[in-house]
Design a protein around this ligand. Structure first.
Ligand SMILES: *[C@@H]1O[C@H](CO)[C@@H](O)[C@H](O)[C@H]1NC(C)=O
Ligand SMILES: *[C@@H]1O[C@H](CO)[C@@H](O)[C@H](O)[C@H]1NC(C)=O
Ligand SMILES: *[C@@H]1O[C@H](CO)[C@@H](O)[C@H](O)[C@H]1NC(C)=O
Ligand SMILES: *[C@@H]1O[C@H](CO)[C@@H](O)[C@H](O)[C@H]1NC(C)=O
Ligand SMILES: *[C@@H]1O[C@H](CO)[C@@H](O)[C@H](O)[C@H]1NC(C)=O
Ligand SMILES: *[C@@H]1O[C@H](CO)[C@@H](O)[C@H](O)[C@H]1NC(C)=O
Ligand SMILES: *[C@@H]1O[C@H](CO)[C@@H](O)[C@H](O)[C@H]1NC(C)=O
Ligand SMILES: *[C@@H]1O[C@H](CO)[C@@H](O)[C@H](O)[C@H]1NC(C)=O
Length: 552
């Protein structure tokens, strides 16, 4: 029988696909999308192949159009740092490492300023380091951060020195950029209590302006304005989720009109945090547990709701998608982060083994027990273990890079230093998509906007098939996306039929629901998502900014 050519293409094109294209030049152990065409990757200062001036680069601009990397001229070591955007659109990389390589400055107090850059190729984009005048108050390796209601970054925890596994020299406090309290860090009891498994704390800005923090198996709400901690229930069953026992966590999408926050925490391990690392093994199964809690007094009273992933995962990441689902991707099914610190190292220094090669989809609105599936998901053959990253892109696909569970760049072994870049393309990448146009560059709070939409024929356009998402993709580092956020906006399509329609949507009520700063708007119709349009939410001024919009 002759198969029509068109149907062959269809069956190959529909669905989810991993696409490998290009190499990153450095290990992408941190990543953040900084414009429609560019992402930044950061590595440690090491012998990466990408060169700048007369040495190896450890920062790169990844061009998502050409799938090529160009070096960034960094001064200090960005190894195991965090970062995010401020309310004025500037991206700041925070913290880092004390390098042993000559000519590389100590990055632990690093604050690296990448001003908004509209050059599509990145050729004229620069990153500024003025360590003498602009630096953190503390040395911080393995910190995390979150943009808060006034558009500043809150920078949390870390360790002072090179520590092989557990946090042996903790920085048990928080500070802000731009600085508050005269630059004096605030001690945080949570970090003290959660030793020695409190690196890369999971930190979220809540819609009332407070913050949710998770470290080890403990959770608090931190009132930034009152400097008060409220202890919430521990993650159940002894499961621990921060480095070096990395699970991951995300704030689930926030919906109008109440924007009730719910947090989802997945993976990690249920081992005791008192076991010396030499007694742990790369073969210890990770945890398959996901724990979810609604962050209202009633929700906290009910406590954590438990569900199980399809496989155990350590160092996994969760990506919010514009339709409100969550992709669970990357990581390993056994072992731990870090390098050469537990028994049975694999290939030959990885603390983890059994890469998780098939992503899952988590559907937050499905009934308990039916939320996690990998039906229709492809399987990659590239392990993404320690020092790997993934981020949503403006095109609506996932950019995946990195993995290097090795001490230095290592080629030719199992779990070698990984330079291959991959995308995970959702099914909507292969069909005709809605297209937004005439979207204002700036979106004030609590306002109604009308924009143009081109609606492909055949999509169901009833009100319940329309979703408009306002998103921060976050800064990916060590199985966590600092500042990642999705706020849905009430929206309506104009009733007339035909392709050219108007979309009316309402911006978030205030700067606590969406901390002011850059965002992407995506329109999903009938589960087909547009490409994202970049906007500035709020007035784009330098932090700290005043409260805007209306309180809810
Ligand atoms: C490792 O492999 C990369 C990519 O194939 C190559 O560019 C680099 O030179 C190699 N580095 C070492 C130290 O062998
Ligand atoms: C690169 O050049 C600078 C300035 O000329 C010099 O100080 C440095 O030692 C050189 N580094 C290497 C790795 O050759
Ligand atoms: C890789 O990306 C480049 C630039 O977008 C494109 O020209 C090329 O066709 C892609 N290659 C594959 C195999 O997809
Ligand atoms: C959390 O960890 C601490 C310290 O190991 C332990 O005492 C506590 O029982 C754990 N909580 C739960 C709910 O397992
Ligand atoms: C700890 O996790 C392992 C691996 O997932 C599981 O087999 C075991 O039952 C868990 N133990 C407890 C006490 O929950
Ligand atoms: C690790 O691999 C390197 C070569 O890639 C080899 O020289 C070294 O002996 C290996 N180390 C161990 C502990 O097996
Ligand atoms: C890794 O590379 C650094 C810098 O070149 C060097 O100082 C160090 O000895 C290397 N470590 C190992 C274990 O090879
Ligand atoms: C944003 O604010 C930071 C901190 O004050 C400053 O370094 C940066 O230059 C500002 N960027 C813009 C675009 O104003």
């Amino acid at each position: 029988m002759q198969v029509p050519i068109a149907s062959v293409f269809l069956s190959r094109d529909l669905g989810w696909h991993f696409i490998q294209n290009g190499t990153s030049g450095i290990i992408a152990l941190e990543s953040i999308v900084v414009s429609d065409t560019l992402a930044i990757f950061f590595d440690r200062a090491t012998d990466d192949p990408l060169q700048i001036k007369n040495h190896s680069a450890w920062g790169a601009l990844w061009n998502m159009e050409t799938n090529t990397a160009s070096p960034l001229d960094l001064v200090s070591d960005t190894f195991c740092a965090s970062g995010g955007f401020l309310s004025n659109g500037t991206m700041v990389s925070v913290g880092g490492h004390l390098s042993t390589i000559g000519g590389v400055q100590d990055g632990r107090m690093g604050l690296r300023i990448f001003e908004p850059c509209n050059d599509p190729s990145g050729a004229t984009c620069t990153i500024l380091e003025d360590l003498e005048n602009i630096h953190l108050a503390e040395t911080r390796w393995y910190p995390s951060s979150a943009r808060i209601f006034d558009g500043s970054l809150m920078i949390v925890g870390g360790t002072h020195i090179l520590t092989p596994f557990y946090n042996m020299d903790p920085v048990n406090n928080i500070e802000f950029f731009p600085k508050k309290d005269g630059g004096v860090p605030r001690p945080l009891d949570l970090l003290e209590r959660s030793l020695p498994v409190n690196l890369f704390p999971r930190v979220f800005a809540l819609p009332d302006g407070k913050a949710l923090l998770i470290a080890n198996n403990q959770t608090i709400i931190y009132d930034i304005e009152q400097n008060e901690e409220t202890i919430l229930p521990d993650i159940p069953n002894g499961v621990r989720v921060t480095n070096p026992f990395d699970g991951t966590a995300t704030l689930l999408p926030l919906h109008p009109p109440h924007y009730i926050p719910e947090v989802l925490v997945c993976g990690g391990t249920n081992k005791s945090d008192q076991i010396p690392s030499e007694q742990l093994s790369s073969q210890d199964p990770a945890s398959d547990q996901c724990s979810r809690m609604t962050l209202t007094p009633e929700g906290i009273e009910r406590g954590w709701e438990i569900e199980r992933m399809l496989e155990p995962r350590t160092m996994t990441e969760m990506i919010l998608m514009p339709n409100g689902k969550v992709i669970i991707i990357n990581g390993a099914q056994s072992g731990y982060p870090a390098v050469s610190s537990v028994r049975d190292p694999v290939g030959n220094t990885s603390n983890s083994d059994h890469p998780a090669l098939t992503p899952s989809i988590y559907s937050p609105d499905a009934p308990l027990g039916e939320r996690i599936s990998n039906q229709g998901m492809p399987t990659t053959d590239i392990a993404r273990l320690y020092h790997s990253t993934v981020t949503l892109t403006p095109k609506g696909n996932l950019l995946i890079a990195g993995s290097d569970p090795n001490i230095n760049i290592t080629n030719g072994t199992l779990f070698h230093s990984e330079y291959r870049v991959e995308y995970l393309n959702p099914p909507y990448m292969t069909v005709k998509r809605p297209q937004l146009s005439n979207v204002p560059k700036q979106i004030a709070f609590n306002q109604v906007f009308t924009v143009d939409v081109d609606v492909p024929r055949g999509l169901e356009t009833k009100d319940s098939s329309i979703q408009v998402a306002l998103m921060d993709f976050g800064f990916s580092s060590h199985a966590f996306h600092s500042s990642s956020r999705l706020v849905f906006m009430d929206a309506k399509l104009s009733p007339e039929s035909g392709n050219a329609r108007k979309l009316t949507f309402s911006s978030p009520p205030n700067n606590r629901v969406y901390p002011p700063g850059p965002a992407y708007i995506f329109l999903t119709i009938d589960d087909v998502t547009s490409t994202g349009v970049r906007v500035m939410v709020g007035d784009g001024s330098t932090p700290p900014v005043k409260d805007q919009g209306v309180r809810i």
